[in-house]
Design a protein around this ligand. Structure first.
Ligand code: PLP
Length: 366
């Protein structure tokens, strides 16, 4: 989170405008976000979880359907499949160097019941989208992108989140763009766009804001919708955050380069996506300890903590969480990474000497 005076000013302006729920700021935020991604449509939502839920509804996923998902992700990527009573089918990741789904393993998971693939772009690094899209076309499967880590990240000239049928973004407080809570659904399909707007607001055919402007006298309700609306206070923060994003990502790129310089030669760690050159969000910087186990990883993390370095883990494998244990799958690479990964500090304000301190501390501990 990198809030400054501009975010404060934007919030005060919105409050003083006296329109604080979904209104002009939210619409502007949607337009600017869509423009930044080169996508025709964006729908602002309360969070990415609601975007993922809507992605299941909009693509018609229902009971009996199977949806292929990674397990090395935040649980929301998988929970959304359960919201519509469908079955998540967990796919292992490729390797300690590539933490996205393994396409060869993914191919073997496709059955006549498979209706969608949710590709989560770990750390902002793209899944192999050419392969995923061609598999999906071959089998008549929808592709949903969980692009929470990946605003402005690129894949062969396209922005992540715009390649599948639907892209889902989060503006939670630790994300590249933060509005406290918030999310966005993007699509190039005008029908999905119209339906997403209905589902976001109870299925109502007009918004209070439109009615207040005299654009619509009343409303009808089409289908059962939700209240997944973003509000103008958050959207006004989002607008400032979006305007800073590219600059922020260039600074993160420098932080990543410094880490690579300091850590690349170590034989004791793998650095995921080390050789990838495309423009990415660098949402997190992760390392995976080699020949290690959970106990050793936790020890390294606690020693870093003693040195004043906060780390975290992305992620506890979803298929091993209590709610998902019953699926009884074995995903050896995901399991190893989830027990041996460490997420090091990564934000645009990180200075070279701080990166050096983190890197040298890590090396001396391992
Ligand atoms: C990969 C991934 N998917 C989904 C989510 C859910 O986003 P939100 O908190 O906006 O609902 C997150 C947020 O942490 C995430 O990192």
């Amino acid at each position: 989170m990198n809030f400054g005076r501009d975010e404060e000013k934007a919030v005060i302006e919105t409050m003083r405008s006296k329109w604080i729920s979904l209104g002009p700021k939210t619409i502007e935020f949607e337009n600017r976000f869509a423009e930044a991604l080169g996508s025709p449509y964006a729908v602002a939502l309360t969070n990415c979880t609601s975007a993922l839920h809507l992605s299941m509804l909009l693509t018609g996923i229902q009971k009996g359907d199977e949806v292929i998902v990674p397990s090395l992700t935040f649980c929301a990527t998988v929970n959304c499949v359960k919201y519509v009573d469908a079955t998540p089918v967990f796919c292992d990741i490729k390797s300690e160097e590539d933490l996205n789904m393994d396409i060869n393993k993914l191919k073997k998971l496709i059955t006549p019941k498979t209706k969608a693939i949710i590709a989560m772009h770990y750390g902002g690094f793209a899944n192999d989208m050419d392969e995923i899209v061609s598999l999906a076309e071959k089998h008549g499967i929808e592709v949903i992108e969980d692009a929470c880590h990946a605003p402005l990240s690129e894949y062969k000239g396209k922005k992540l989140g715009t390649i599948g049928e639907i892209g889902c973004f989060s503006f939670f407080s630790n994300k590249n763009i933060s509005t406290g809570e918030g999310g966005m659904l993007v699509t190039s399909n005008s029908d999905l766009y119209e339906r997403a707007k209905l589902l976001r607001s109870h299925g109502m055919t007009s918004l209070s804001y439109e009615r207040s402007k005299g654009h619509n006298a009343g409303y009808d309700v089409h289908g059962i919708g939700y209240n997944y609306r973003l509000d103008d206070i958050r959207a006004s923060i989002g607008l400032v955050q979006l305007s800073k994003l590219r600059r922020d990502l260039f600074k993160r790129k420098k932080v990543r380069e410094r880490y690579l310089k300091k850590l690349s030669r170590s034989k004791k760690i793998a650095i995921p996506f080390r050789d990838r050159k495309e423009f990415v969000s660098n949402y997190i910087f992760t390392v995976v300890l080699k020949n290690s186990d959970r106990e050793k990883r936790d020890y390294v993390r606690s020693r870093l903590y003693e040195k004043g370095i906060q780390t975290s883990v992305h992620y506890p494998a979803v298929h091993r969480l209590s709610s998902y244990k019953k699926y009884k799958v074995s995903l050896p690479v995901t399991e190893y990474v989830s027990e041996n990964e460490i997420t090091l500090p990564m934000f645009s304000g990180l200075k070279n000497d701080e990166v050096d301190y983190v890197s040298e501390s890590l090396m001396s501990i391992i």
